[in-house]
Design a protein around this ligand. Sequence first.
Ligand code: HAS
Ligand code: HEM
Ligand code: CU
Length: 580
Amino acid sequence: SGRAFTPGPVVYPVETDEGWRPERRMMLLFLIAGFCALLIGASIGPLQALNYDGVNAYPALRSIFHTYYQGLTVHGVLNGYVFTFFVTCGLLVYLPARELGQRPSMALWGACFGLMAVGALSLIYAMFDNSSSVLWTFYPPLKGSPFFYLGMTILTLGSVQPLPILLKMRAAWKRAHPGCVTPLVTYMSLVTMLMWTLAGVGALSELILQLDPWSLGLIGTIDPLINRTLFWLTGHPIVYFWLMPAYISWYGLLSRQAGGKLASDPMARMTFALLLIFSLPVGSHHQFSDPGFSQIWRAILVVLTMSVAIPSIITAFTLGLSLEYAGRMRGGLGLVGWFRALPWSDPSVAAQVLGALTFILGGATGIVNGSWELDAIVHNTTFVPGHFHVTVGSVTAMTFMGLAFWMIPHLTGRKLISRRIALFSVWTWFVGMTIFAIGMQWAGLYGVPRRAWVSALPHETYHALYGVAATPTALIAVGGVILWVATYSFFLVFFGTLLFGRRAERPAVPFAQALSGPVSHETGVAIPVATGHGASVLANRLEHVWALVGLTAVATVAAYVPILWPFLHNVTHSPGWVLW
Ligand code: HAS
Ligand code: HEM
Ligand code: CU
């Protein structure tokens, strides 16, 4: 009957290697910087939720935000770029370094932090001085100040710095372990950074060739369509730069934290290889409603978009099986007993499993968006933010919250001040985000527009237009308020532990072992791969990351030339607009 299981969290091994002081401090710096951005960003979110229910908090906030759009820009930029980039660029160096036992280049890692910090501060300055309410997509002809675009350029340049660090550590490890495949967490981190560096070419060329000189007055006019296309060349893959670090935690750590093993190491590698190849060519599915490129390419984009969902479907099964294995190891019986038997009292596990659950809704709505004809119904409605708050707003945010729950004790040697409050924050985030997202998606089906300060409309107009969506907009507001509670209880634990946590033994990094695959984290020694047999063949083939990069580059060029071609032959010259 599923009652036989052992309750309580899985006990983490204790850190025995004390030689990682500089790396731990640097990682902590990245973590704190990222979460400070989330604190500001997530405090604004509920105001936007209330906006959709007709509650206009902005007149009262005049001294901070002149318009709704200024707040929305801060929310999107701090959550979407600053929070995610800092946590990821810390994690994707720290975890591989610990896995390989290789010291990262502290100079490069420090430069990564420094560049991102300068970029982020420049963005914050530009957004708070009300010069740059251009939203997180910074579409021209909306025109912000040079501090915005230069800040974005520097932040992005900073965010690719982990790549050379990873390449160097991997090369050194490979020299010491001839014939072995790269350990899993390092492999996934490397593929993520390769994907992101290739993807960054779009936004960086948009910024460096167009927006930076334009905002500095060196170029007079701008072509909105070309710039949107370059933006989405990066703007779609960025969603996988938000997702893949969460997957690294799910594949690389979560099964161990849950008391089991990862079902398949080669499947994890395959997922990352597919995400690398499929992420880049599909960016223009954000432009189904833009004019000017061929219908045939739109149809091809639909097919490509469905392909990019495949690695996530593989993940759903591999992760589901790994969690089932963990639950059964803990004595869970029957159809659902294994799920109940997971160590729910560990806030790090709860955060990640609940985050994964929300992705079922996030993925399903993504597939709706990716279907051109359905997208025509939901595009530019609240359905779209409804989709991405159960992806980046839950999968990424909750996984990073879960990471913080073991990482802060690991990095600082301090115990969480309250496991109960940590659990409370995770469950309220899950419940709040689910209610909020369902409300947003449902309201979108009534045509409620996204990025609209609807609460500033006269009361009668608001009701005449959106009265039909009264139930879903009420859900949006309820979800938003629950999320405020979740946010502040999370940060109570986060900062409380940093400042007042009691000294305790450090938990070690909970690297998972694989049921099937070539790498053993148990002994810390990689198992040499016997070529020509079973799953290891796949892992061996996927070691050729530069071949994967080549394939990706070819696919991306093939997808983008036909889309950009007509735009380049019909350049429009738009002056800049400042609407705030
Ligand atoms: Fe998206 C718009 C299509 C995934 C983020 N997306 C956005 C925007 C953002 C975003 C921010 O094709 C708005 C940008 C803007 O401001 O305009 N998206 C997709 C598709 C996927 C997808 C096909 N999106 C994401 C992820 C994001 C993200 C991930 C952030 C992290 N999206 C679109 C499209 C648009 C779009 C169009 C443009 C719309 C428009 O009109 O503007 C796929 O990758 C999704 C695949 C996912 C799955 C789910 C797998 C489920 C898993 C969980 C399993 C659970 C377990 C729990 C194991 C197929 C892995 C175990 C327990 C049990 C008991 C079962
Ligand atoms: C936009 C609410 C947390 C990323 C929005 C919108 C709402 C909202 C209502 C749409 C506004 C509009 O279209 O007019 C919330 C609430 C949160 C939250 C209540 C709970 C704390 C997050 C998190 C992330 C995030 C954690 C990412 C890590 C974004 C982005 C946008 C957005 C990228 C798009 C901004 C734009 O359109 O330019 N949020 N959000 N949000 N949110 Fe959140
Ligand atoms: Cu996309």
